[in-house]
Design a protein around this ligand. Structure first.
Ligand SMILES: *Cc1c(COP(=O)(O)O)cnc(C)c1O
Length: 441
């Protein structure tokens, strides 16, 4: 399978292998990589000769990802990459209320308790294997407003031959997020930048664009990397297959959306023939996606701060992929719906779901639960995607529900580790100084 930039013309000959797309992160023309075509599956594709219908995440992952790895150096290692990625469960859990049942696809059982663990772990498993014979180390840069950096640092922690530099805005992440960004081994450099998230991102871009990157080999681990997108299709495939076999119905998904990486994975799962029903993209007050589908132009906006901060995105980068594959707004409207949920509604939903179902939602998941309630004609076949554990956002959730949320084991393990980080000024020169000192130590 070859990969093309979203900005390539159809006759373009610049397609690259999966391995190149993974290492580069972004296409040389600034576009995002997409497979030249998507393979097609039927329900039976996932039956195994010996065991009947495949039920494990691992088996579904191996079948679904095999075509993408056909001409990759990593082809024979796909099973071990899959095992390393999916070393935690991704269950659909039902919570019964008095009149309805809330069905959550729980994506938060990984090391940093948010769905980004899936993509980060897969990317780390691939890059570590691709790079192990390379004498020049690859340094993965990641600018983060909170969740992404923790997942990426945890995934690359202690991986031989790999280095990760995480840049986050000093004082603008929660205490638990700060801990997750700065408690790792020597191959992770945690930089608390005295500036905003935009400053962090600007440093990463400037460093990657610097002449010869001043002697470093850089890659990027943000959600534009195809290596974060592909594995996310697996949990939609797994959950929808399971649901379809049980009920003969295709489940609809309500997905908390920021950069559109998670929701685009549901979209490609359906495009590959998986029994995924309707897809609803749920944003917080940053509603550009909703307005665009309603006919507004796609014009970047400054993001506004909300309770669901991992979705505070003014310009969802994966919209470029959705438009390249799905067409203009009027065509896209027939394939996905979208809805925006504000902070007041998020708080009210956290309180209501706790009363009604006894479940503590994280603010991101609460947007999708709220959207689910607003439908004119709810069907029983609907799954809400739970993107993070509420304990990660305890400063928001605990005052609303009036209870302490027990920490999941993975998270309490992380919170016990010592912190180690360096504060730097928001400047690319200062960043290179810190990098040089780190490499020499
Ligand atoms: C990143 C994140 C989102 C948004 O996901 P996208 O792929 O950027 O749309 C939603 N919820 C949580 C908890 C996140 O960390």
């Amino acid at each position: 399978m070859q990969f093309l930039s979203t900005r390539a013309t159809s006759e373009d000959l610049s397609a690259v292998s999966l391995d190149k797309a993974l290492v580069r992160g972004i296409a040389s023309d600034g576009g995002l990589f997409l497979p030249v075509s998507f393979p097609h599956f039927t329900i039976d594709s996932f039956d195994t000769a010996s065991n009947g219908p495949a039920d494990s995440l691992q088996t579904v992952a191996n079948v679904l990802l095999a075509p993408f790895f056909e001409s990759s150096q990593l082809r024979d290692e796909l099973p071990s990459i899959v095992d390393e990625t999916f070393n935690f469960d991704i269950p659909v859990v039902e919570h019964r209320g008095s009149s309805t049942t809330l069905r959550l696809l729980e994506l938060f059982h990984g090391p940093t308790a948010a769905f980004k663990d899936v993509g980060a772990r897969f990317l780390s498993a691939c890059l570590t294997r691709l790079e192990h014979a390379n004498s020049e180390p690859l340094t993965v840069l990641v600018a983060t407003s909170g969740d992404t950096g923790g997942a990426v640092a945890a995934a690359f922690d202690g991986q031989p031959g790999m280095r990760v530099a995480v840049l986050y805005p000093n004082g603008r992440v929660s205490d638990r997020q700060a801990q997750q960004l700065s408690c790792w081994s020597d191959n992770v450099l945690s930089l608390a930048v005295n500036g905003s998230f935009d400053d962090c991102q600007a440093i990463v871009k400037a460093a990657m664009a610097a002449d010869d990157s001043r002697g470093y080999r850089f890659s990027s681990a943000n959600s534009i990397n195809i290596g974060r997108l592909l594995p996310q299709a697996i949990y939609y495939a797994h959950a929808s297959l399971h649901y379809f076999r049980k009920t003969s119905c295709r489940p609809d998904f309500f997905i908390p959306t920021g950069n559109l990486g998670n929701a685009f994975a549901a979209y490609i799962a359906r495009a590959m023939g998986l029994p995924v029903g309707d897809i609803t993209l749920v944003t917080n007050a940053n509603r550009l996606i909703v307005d665009f589908l309603e006919g507004a132009p796609w014009l970047t906006r400054d993001s506004v701060t909300t309770l669901a901060n991992a979705m505070d995105v003014g310009n969802a980068s994966n919209m470029e992929r959705l438009r390249a594959h799905g067409g203009d707004a009027s065509t896209l409207r027939q394939q996905v719906s979208a809805m925006s949920v504000n902070d007041e509604q998020i708080s009210a939903e956290i309180a209501r779901s706790f009363r009604e179902f006894g479940v503590a939602l994280c603010p991101h998941t609460a947007t999708a639960v709220h959207a689910w309630r607003q439908q004119e004609k709810p069907t029983p076949h609907q799954i809400i995607v739970a993107t993070a554990h509420a304990a990660k956002f305890e400063q928001i959730v605990e005052p609303i529900i009036g209870e302490t949320i027990p920490l999941p084991p993975a998270l309490s393990h992380i919170l016990e580790r010592p912190q180690r980080f360096e504060e730097i000024a928001p400047s690319v020169d200062v960043f290179f100084d810190a990098l040089n000192a780190w490499f020499q130590s």
